[in-house]
Design a protein around this ligand. Structure first.
Ligand code: ADP
Ligand code: F6P
Length: 324
């Protein structure tokens, strides 16, 4: 054990995700198990800049494993994107005696973690975001719970779409990434899926499949649209105008970010949180905990940020073929 690490901090940053609490619990329990003092930083990087830190012990994370959201709360902190903000955060970390920090969030939060490392605070990041859009990791905490929420909502929408012979156009989250959309489309048997990673046209990718599926005897249809494409109200109007099929639009919104984490999110958050603490104890920092080949591992933050992850085109093809 690296004797230098006595006190560590933990924060959640960016959009919240189910399983963040499980990750906080894992950090606190692994830390205290190994004799570390653990401080919780409130509202992401804001808490560091404003000195809003709370002492945490094993009992302070009782009964949170199954809860959505984050007990530390989260935020997007613009001040931290400046060199002065990072310096302020570093100074406060020193005042509270932090020898290391664990950041739970997405790639923006990882950039902040890298900045803190560069200025001298050993920091480790782990992926907590519903989007599954972290290139160095096959999986991000929150994604599975989000998908299950989406699937159960789309199943319900299908019930009413079927009852009325309608077309339902549904927006799911994902500004720059279509992972939620494509997996929900396959899991719900959508007729059409639009993701920001691949070009689409209304006539070829929306109108034609709906008309063709109608001609094959389908009486209702489901169109899933990633948030990054948006415009579901207009798409529904255009479908109705050009096909005569009554259409409705639904924006699922923030329901996708809440709820009790699934088993997968609880277990992965627990593994990743514990791994992050072990890295700091071993004297390692500037690392992102990630999942590769189904195993929990870690890479250098910069290296992780530079990696590319491509939403497989075959999944779009599969969604199309299975909608036949
Ligand atoms: P996510 O971590 O989910 O990608 P954001 O992109 O909103 O979410 O980032 C969360 C926070 O991380 C931001 O509010 C900011 O405090 C910090 N951050 C984001 N980008 C950077 C950056 N390029 N440099 C330093 N800090 C950043
Ligand atoms: O990154 C998670 C996410 O939920 C995205 O899917 C979405 O685009 C964004 O956050 C919405 O953020 P907010 O509504 O919190 O600003």
């Amino acid at each position: 054990m690296n004797k230098k690490v006595k006190t560590i901090g933990v924060l959640t940053s960016g959009g919240d995700a189910p399983g963040m609490n499980a990750a906080i619990r894992a950090v606190v329990r692994t830390g205290t198990y190994h004799g570390l003092r653990v401080m919780g930083v409130k509202r992401g990087y804001n808490g560091l800049i404003n000195g809003d830190l709370v002492e945490m012990d094993a009992r302070s994370v009782s009964d949170i494993l199954q809860r959505g959201g984050t007990i530390l709360q989260t935020a997007r902190c613009l001040e931290f994107k400046t060199a002065e903000g990072v310096k302020k955060a570093f100074d406060i970390a020193k005042v509270f005696g932090l020898d290391g920090l664990i950041v739970i969030g997405g790639d923006g939060s990882f950039r902040g973690a890298k900045d803190l490392c560069q200025i001298g605070l050993p920091t480790v990041a782990m992926p907590g975001t519903i989007d599954n859009d972290i290139s160095c990791s096959e999986y991000t905490v929150g994604y599975d719970t989000c998908l299950n929420t989406v699937v159960s909502a789309v199943d319900k929408i299908r019930d009413t779409a079927a009852s009325h012979d309608r077309c339902s156009v549904i927006e799911v989250m994902g500004r720059g990434a279509g992972y939620i959309a494509i997996n929900a489309a396959i899991a719900c048997g959508a007729d059409v899926v639009l993701v920001p990673e691949y070009k689409w046209s209304f006539d070829d990718d929306v109108l034609r499949p709906i008309l063709e599926s109608k001609s094959r005897g389908k009486r209702h249809s489901i169109v899933i649209v990633a948030e990054g494409i948006g415009g579901v109200i207009d798409i529904a109007k255009e479908v109705e105008a050009k096909t005569g099929i009554e259409s409705r639009a639904t924006i699922l919104g923030h329901v996708q970010r809440g709820g009790s984490p699934s088993v997968r999110d609880r277990v992965t958050a627990s593994q990743m949180g514990a791994h992050a603490v072990e890295l700091l104890i071993a004297g390692k920092s500037n690392r992102v905990v990630c999942m590769q080949g189904g195993q929990i591992t870690d890479v250098e933050i910069e290296e992780g940020l530079a990696m590319k992850k491509q939403l497989p085109k075959e999944m779009l093809t599969l969604a199309k073929e299975l909608a036949f």
